[in-house]
Write a protein that binds this ligand. Structure first.
Ligand code: ATP
Length: 384
């Protein structure tokens, strides 16, 4: 923001302070820190009228957050005591200003992978052997539950064949804002989300990518998408394939793996194999989540539609003498969970007392307090 001259009125100074409270909804920093405010002043034009004038510079033309930012700027300006009118002149940053912004957001670092060895972000790859076991539904709800606990959370939806995270979080069709070569991920329920679905056309064309293309896309997501400092990054990956496990092993050696399965023995077999593939590529399997466990009946009994025991079985088989793999939760079948997914309203927020929501929140509570995996991290030790 242009610094007001020393003789600026108290009201102009108050306007400057009020504007520091306006947060860019995508970048999640005060717009004043992002140099999105040009001149800002308060002038009394008559005995009864005092006008606050603010020059607002958006990152790009048609930025989706524009309306929200303009509204918040108006509200902030109107909150200054004595102001009767607000004028907001909306413009767009110059190329040089955008360059300065992306440079600032990257903290002066070159355009490199932001989850490198120095990163403190805990990364969990959610995998399953089979499709349709609820991996995406759990990822979306887990992300929201972790954000509701005050953690800074991002989700990368790299499930090429079944990208569904935007729909599950109620932002289907939302495209990310691009500032130069930096992509700003849309935010849903306090979670920063980037999905392959945001980059394919809307004709519903099936995506059939081979490993190298998928590798490049995940790599680009990790480099070009501005997540800022995250506590936790969740990766929703396509079911099963070794290609993706290898890519994640190379790009994010510190990622840890959560395996999702249903209680069915056949699903647990495949889940175990996907966990073993991840382990072969050097990742640590930190737990199994059993989904679609029994359906609660009106008489209080459970109907085990998909059998029982698959989660505990997969966890036991993935455990080694050195590394115990716990069953983190058994999440019941839940009509509310399915319906919430259909309308983009995660049940951990909309129906937190639903037994499935309680079970997912339980997994979030366990993940929230885990330390970051050490794999791939420089420990600063030297051999003398
Ligand atoms: N516990 C549950 N109770 C009821 N329905 C569920 C439950 N978990 C998931 N579902 C439903 O099952 C279907 C599949 O879930 P989802 O898309 O999350 O699976 P997925 O493993 O990500 O599939 P894919 O990998 O093929 O994309 C969805 O319709 C979802 O609403």
């Amino acid at each position: 923001m242009t610094v007001p001259p020393a003789e600026a009125s108290d009201q102009t100074l108050a306007l400057g302070r009020a504007l520091t409270r306006v947060i860019d909804p995508e970048i999640r920093k005060p717009i004043t820190e992002l140099n999105m405010i040009g001149a800002a002043s308060v002038i009394a034009i008559s005995a009864t009228e005092t006008v606050a004038t603010v020059d607002l510079k958006l990152t790009i033309v048609g930025c989706p957050a524009a309306q929200t930012i303009e509204r918040d700027v108006r509200e902030a300006a109107a909150s200054v005591p004595g102001v009767t009118d607000v004028v907001v002149n909306v413009g767009v940053m110059t190329r040089a200003e955008r360059d300065a912004l992306t440079e600032k957001l990257r903290g002066g670092r070159a355009r490199t992978q932001q989850f490198g060895p120095e990163s403190l972000t805990r990364i969990y790859a959610i995998t399953s052997g089979k499709g349709g076991v609820g991996k995406s539904t759990l990822t979306a709800n887990l992300g929201v539950a972790l954000a509701a606990r005050g953690l800074r959370v991002g989700i990368v939806d790299a499930d090429v064949f079944g990208f569904s995270i935007p729909g599950l979080l109620g932002i289907a069709g939302t495209k990310p804002t691009q500032v130069n070569d930096m992509i700003l991920p849309p935010v849903a329920h306090d979670v920063k989300v980037i999905s392959i679905g945001m980059f394919v056309d809307t004709t519903g064309t099936a995506v059939a990518w081979r490993g190298p293309m998928l590798h490049r896309t995940i790599s680009q997501f990790l480099t070009d998408v501005y997540f800022g400092d995250l506590d936790i990054l969740l990766l929703d990956l396509p079911p099963g394939t070794g290609d993706v496990a290898i890519s994640i092993g190379q790009l994010l050696p510190q990622a840890e793996v959560l395996v999702v399965t249903t209680p069915q023995p056949a699903a647990a077999d495949v889940a175990e194999r996907s966990g073993l593939v991840a382990r072969q590529t050097g990742q640590k399997v930190i737990g199994v989540i059993e989904n679609m466990a029994g359906l609660l009946q009106s008489d209080g009994t459970m109907l085990d539609i998909f059998g029982r025991g698959g989660g505990a079985d997969a966890a036991a088989r993935l455990s080694t003498p050195e590394e115990q793999v716990p069953l983190l939760a058994s999440i019941p079948l839940s009509i509310a969970l399915r319906e919430g997914g259909d309308v983009g309203a995660p049940i951990v927020l909309s129906s937190p007392l639903d037994p499935a929501a309680v079970a997912i929140a339980g997994v979030a509570a366990q993940l929230a307090v885990r330390a970051r995996g050490l794999a791939g991290r420089k420990l600063g030790l030297s051999v003398t």
